[in-house]
Write a protein that binds this ligand. Structure first.
Ligand SMILES: Nc1ncnc2c1ncn2[C@@H]1O[C@H](COP(=O)(O)OP(=O)(O)OP(=O)(O)O)[C@@H](O)[C@H]1O
Length: 271
């Protein structure tokens, strides 16, 4: 159990958007969540369920209809370089090469080029992009672009890294390589990380805590601790049991009635 301080949290968070007939669509209703320092939390939900909206609220990109977001126990008033965000689409600057895009993260911190040049190089090396450092975004593959986007966010040394389905546009092999890559970065930097995905396997493989957001309206319907090593092996019976359980929860938008609770599998395995 992580006893570190809570870095980012939300209380009774609600978000509505105007709908067609002068009404409102409630996208998120009463979401309560606390992310502790060093956590890797995955948020799993159906497409359109409000995951991106939740991430944008936690990153200060949009404001809530009611409820609060606290960053280091203070109300979050907007975006800050201390919270990095990687979007579904890479969002790199097309007129900057790899080096310049990553360097931009340092620039945001107000550092002089001569101070951060070697740090940019270290980061590029860590990302396995040394050979591509002078290339522009349109000259990179999808996986390389996402690695640059992650590097640019990490360069700022954020307290929290938010990732919105960063690998959803990639094929399965590349997705798996980048999942491993993200885990190794997390092990090396201990950056508090929150990743949203609609992919059950990805949510189990990456997180230490997995939170399921139900839809209509978006709210937390299940939370599972998945720190055990069994959850890093996609062929392990406990992994597969949890996968079935979560598929049930997503499909029924409820945890009630699921016969595949992972705790049952774990106790079966231990007996
Ligand atoms: N700015 C907006 N104005 C109106 N409705 C919005 C806005 N942003 C999001 N929505 C609506 O909120 C709902 C949730 O959207 P959101 O993008 O948060 O879902 P999601 O779970 O991230 O989906 P996906 O996995 O497909 O990206 C959708 O019905 C969407 O149409």
């Amino acid at each position: 159990m992580n006893q570190m301080p809570t870095v980012l949290s939300c209380q009774h968070l609600c978000k509505s958007f105007p709908s067609d007939r002068k009404g409102e669509t409630v996208v998120l209703a009463d979401v309560n969540l606390g992310i502790r320092q060093g956590d890797f939390v995955t948020i799993l939900g159906q497409s359109g369920g409000g995951k991106s909206t939740l991430l944008k609220l936690l990153g200060g990109f949009i404001s809530s209809s009611s409820g609060s977001v606290l960053f280091h126990d203070q109300p979050l008033k907007g975006i800050t370089p201390k919270i990095g965000m990687v979007f579904q689409e890479h969002n790199l600057y097309p007129w900057m090469n790899v080096e310049q895009n990553i360097g931009f993260g340092f620039k945001v911190r107000g550092e002089q080029l001569r101070n951060y040049r070697h740090q940019v190089r270290d980061m590029i090396e860590q990302m396995g992009l040394l050979h591509a450092r002078r290339l522009y975004p349109h000259q990179l593959s999808g996986g390389m672009r996402q690695r640059v986007a992650i590097a640019r966010s990490l360069a700022v040394k954020p307290d929290v890294l938010l990732l919105d389905e960063p690998f959803s546009a990639l094929d399965i092999q590349l997705r798996r390589r980048l999942q491993d890559f993200l885990l190794s970065i997390w092990h090396d930097t201990a950056t508090t990380t929150l990743l949203v995905t609609h992919n059950v396997e990805e949510a189990i493989l990456l997180g230490q805590r997995l939170i399921v957001v139900g839809d209509r309206p978006g709210r937390i319907i299940e939370e599972v601790s998945i720190a055990a090593s069994e959850f890093r092996n996609r062929y392990h019976p406990i992994f597969l049991a949890l996968q079935r359980h979560l598929e049930y929860v997503l499909e029924h938008n409820s945890t009630v009635g699921s016969e595949h609770r992972p705790e049952q599998s774990i106790s079966i395995l231990q007996n």
